[in-house]
Design a protein around this ligand. Sequence first.
Ligand code: PEP
Ligand code: MG
Length: 760
Amino acid sequence: MPESPPMLEILSRIVQEVSAAADLAQALSITVARVRAAVAADACSVYLTERGPGENVLMATEGLNPEMVGRVRLKLHEGLIGLVCARAEPLNLEDAPAHPNYRFVAETGEGLYHGFLGVPIIHYRKVLGVLVVRSRERRKYAEHEVSFLVTLAAQLAGAIAHAEASGGIEELPGLRASEPRFLTGLPGSPGVGIGTAVAIYPPAELKAVPDRPSEDPQADEAALRDAFAAVRTEIQSLSARVKDVLPPEEHALFDAYALMLDGDSLLGDAIARVHAGNWAPGALRATIQEHVRRFDEMNDAYLRERGEDIRDLGRRILIHLQSRTAASPDYPEQAILIGEEISATQLAEVPRERLAGVACRRGSSTSHVAILARAMGVPAVMGVDDLRIGRLDGSPLIVDGYQGRVHVRPNAMVLEEFRRLAAQEARLASGLEALHDLPAETPDGVRIPLYVNTGLLADIGPSLRSGAEGVGLYRTELPFLMRDRFPGEDEQRAIYLQVLRAFAPRPVTLRTLDVGGDKALPYFPVREENPFLGWRGIRISLDHPEIFITQLRAMLRADAETRNLHVLLPMVSRVAELDEALQLIRRAYQELVSEGEPVRMPPVGAMIEVPSAVYQSEAFARRVDFLSVGTNDLTQYLLAVDRNNSRVAALYDALHPAVLRALRQVVEGAHVHDRPVSVCGEMAGDPTAAVLLLGMGIDSLSTSAANLPRVKWVIRSFPRARARELLERVLELEDPRAIRQRVHEALERAGLGGLVRAGN
Ligand code: PEP
Ligand code: MG
């Protein structure tokens, strides 16, 4: 086999084809055919591991008897295939029959083969199956062939895992998936949503178009004909416009376009698909993909490029189709929006009573759509890497916003379990309502004020109704994110005043601008290799005093009317930053005083969200009026786990002993100077964590409106003294899972089991 780059090219071509395949069966047959050719093997097969009974099943083959697909079943550790699975390593044998584990499978005609190379297909540590090539003669595969198969198997694993999680695997002949299936993402908004997937796809993006049943094939056919005709006219006028400026050979491209549109193959294929049941945009996508694939398979680079032309035509036709079908879709009664990215307006388009949940392939809990979903009380899961939007459209889904999971085509048992959970949730919510007017006070008389986190004016209503004692964190970057330029002083003042007024006389903590990291302003682009370790939060504010002072002046002027402002500084990592920021706050104050504004110097706090701030919390506390711990960032920095990366989401755990110890150190540091310390990260809203924070001596908590009543229940049920004892015992443990388990047991004993069952 030739050396790279051809190998890389073959690889990327196979991967492309596999990802465009209509289903897993097609993806596997493409794989075996291409791999056999690439390594000049006599046979190539894929075995997949069926979980329940633990058998490896032949799922696709090129070279062995195809009748045996779905029929050849080997015990989990049987034969060479079993050995590859057990060792989770490639096995490369010159003469397979001579190996003690060799098992002859007559039906496949295996006896004819000597050379054997099997590589495991692994997805996040789990062996999903084996990709194997065989040759008739004795042959040990070369190192570059082994690495070719290993690389391909790693890529194939994602597609198989998705099919496993989404039920696609059941469509394969003879394979039964018996494990609970779900796709993993990040919690975006708490709650459980049960409903039907509605794909939200960006306009004019062909590959995102889902398959949907055609409601009226005649009308779909007419729409296709019209769209083709419209593009034909468009191309003609484009062609006329550039005729004089383009050399003839380039201009020939337009003739080629016209030919493709006139010929029967594209339009005819698309119409056939419509009559076979697909709606017009889906039929167009499938047709274009198939034609592109044919070009992609060609060895001639020039012809391969023509695939791009077909894609371009496809996009143009789609735009016309979409302008006809642009009316909002008919949302099912319980719609679960799924999309690559979903915008705030797309969310807002769905009638609230029909919106059951949201699942996004990208983003995290700080994405705009997640924040909106929380404000609206809609469960959401973000960052679901394996979400294949087009394939899931119309499927039954469950969105578990607590765990960050999406259950695809759930079976009756899973459905029943989640229905029970949702009902329990509803009961819990009505029970919690009774706590609305009661203070957040422990049975042994310790008051722990509970505040809300917000950043949207739309959030004010739910926040007020939650019974919060004020706002513990107002993320001012949100109004900044929604504009196309920095908002001016008066504009900002008006926004801040609305929040301050809504809660007055209760305190409202406005955090100064915290952009950078994952929060980029569209009009202030910052491109960095490592944005979370880069220019963000206070660092930007200090480097741009004109932006910072404008914001501070707006805050102070709003407060002149309400007198309930607290200012909070994000991402502080050294005392010099704190000193400079305090100096600028005093400057803004002095300026306004000299301008005759009736302002006052507000209490100022520092966020503790990077490890260096933990070790200097005492020095910070000496300088400011209060500390507020941002556990979202602190956890990510202490554990070196990106808070927005679903691949490492399982490692992101605020109950890690290192995080708990850091928090304890912060409380001690703050209390040396009698400064109150609050927690405003998501951790504060998790009942399991809240009981430990209570034990640490945290003075207040700030969480989303949705989580606040649960936390109040914990505070009202758990004496501080007991929380302290629990914390001491928990800190002897070394593993976050053991810690969670221990706290759950304590909550169950205190009659708070309902909280952890629904919430964690
Ligand atoms: C945090 O980091 O915990 C925090 C509250 O800030 P943000 O989530 O806005 O980064
Ligand atoms: Mg933060």
